[in-house]
Design a protein around this ligand. Structure first.
Ligand SMILES: Cc1cc2nc3c(=O)[nH]c(=O)nc-3n(C[C@H](O)[C@H](O)[C@H](O)COP(=O)(O)O)c2cc1C
Length: 341
């Protein structure tokens, strides 16, 4: 199946009131479509993400010997073949109405990511059992799976952390921006914003389990400083795909200053509106070590559970390698600010 066929299949199964499965996933028509795949409110934050990558350009360079670039890397103690992974989605069934349960979706994501030799991720949602049904899909592949647990009160958070640890995961994260998900803020077991004291105690507990910790949802230098001060191993520059606060900047607009200041202290990751291999190269040039892609990757899973995401990643890989060749980047270490304007 090619990418167009996968998209056409996805259109048949995804409820069009939740996601239009546009040829380019840029937030143009899905402002306010939550539940669904849209951005919060006017959708400006989602669109800002997309536009922040498209307004940046690459510097072509062709007189060199980087004919056969290598895009593999070592991160979190793992060798992976691509600096791109799928971003976490929690309540896939009600967000997209695509006929896949959270367990089926997670199994397909992990299978495809193993085949693509990159990390898989697992998102979080209301209730312990649905989260457990996702964690149950890991089955011996925990070194390649990164679960994200939301900012619940202690009891719920630690219950979920415990099963992540039991599954053997080596890295776990928190979308610290999840207080912006209004539905979850109002639920009986609810999410909230965390202060430094709280974050430090979480990092301490995670490190006590010999796991690394990603703080996801950082959009300012001040929050990045707090995350580093609290001991985070990685910062994920993200505005939750524009789903937690309308009119946030695009993640590409804040990535560089955060990476410049903190890349020696923590791994820098980024997501939000990244759609092509060229976008990935731009993100690496601005200082990210790795990128995450959410909506189009999740749609590819619905278009073809067996191979959709693997094919999606292969296309991104070929686009990235092309962009590296045409900008003179032999490997990821040789990517620098020189390739972006
Ligand atoms: C339907 C949906 C559900 C999401 N659920 C989660 C989640 O459970 N945990 C999380 O950390 N991020 C979640 N996100 C945010 C993504 O992980 C990611 O940060 C963002 O969507 C990236 O932007 P992109 O979709 O433009 O690639 C969700 C995003 C969408 C669209």
């Amino acid at each position: 199946m090619n990418e167009n066929e996968i998209l056409n299949n996805a259109r048949k199964v995804i409820d069009s009131s939740k996601c239009k499965v546009c040829p380019v996933c840029n937030g143009a028509v899905c402002g306010g479509m939550i539940p669904g795949m849209g951005g919060i409110g006017t959708g400006a934050a989602f669109r800002n993400n997309y536009e922040a990558w498209t307004k940046r350009n690459l510097v072509m360079s062709v007189l060199h010997d980087a004919n056969d670039p290598d895009c593999s890397l070592n991160i979190f103690g793992q060798e992976i073949s691509l600096p791109v992974m799928i971003a976490p989605i929690g309540d896939i069934a009600s967000q997209i109405n695509g006929g896949l349960s959270i367990a089926q979706y997670t199994r397909a994501v992990i299978d495809n990511c193993m085949a693509a030799q990159t990390f898989a991720s697992i998102g979080d949602l209301i209730g312990f059992e649905p989260f457990k049904s996702a964690i149950d899909q890991i089955k011996g592949r925990a070194h390649r799976v990164l679960p994200f647990i939301k900012t619940w009160d202690d009891e719920e958070f630690f219950r979920k952390l415990e099963i992540v640890k039991e599954a053997g995961c080596r890295v776990v994260g928190t979308d610290v921006d999840s207080a912006g998900l209004t539905g979850l803020r109002k639920s009986p077991v609810h999410v909230s914003v965390w202060d430094e004291r709280k974050l430090k105690s979480i990092v301490h507990r995670v490190h006590g389990f010999q796991m690394k910790y990603i703080v996801k949802g950082i959009m300012s230098l001040e929050d990045a400083q707090r995350a580093v001060d609290c001991g985070a191993d990685a910062i994920l520059v993200s505005n939750h795909g524009g789903r937690v606060l309308d009119f946030t900047q695009g993640s590409a607009d804040v990535l560089e200053k955060i990476a410049d200041k903190f890349s020696k202290h923590a791994e820098i990751l980024v997501d939000g509106g990244i759609r092509t291999g060229a976008d990935v190269l731009k993100a690496l040039a601005l200082g990210a070590k790795m990128c995450l892609i959410c909506r189009p990757a999740a749609i590819s899973v619905h278009g073809d559970q067996l191979n959709g995401l693997k094919i999606y990643f292969e296309n991104i890989r070929q686009e990235l390698l092309h962009a590296m060749r045409m900008t003179g980047c032999r490997n990821l270490e040789s990517v620098s600010k020189k390739v972006i304007v």
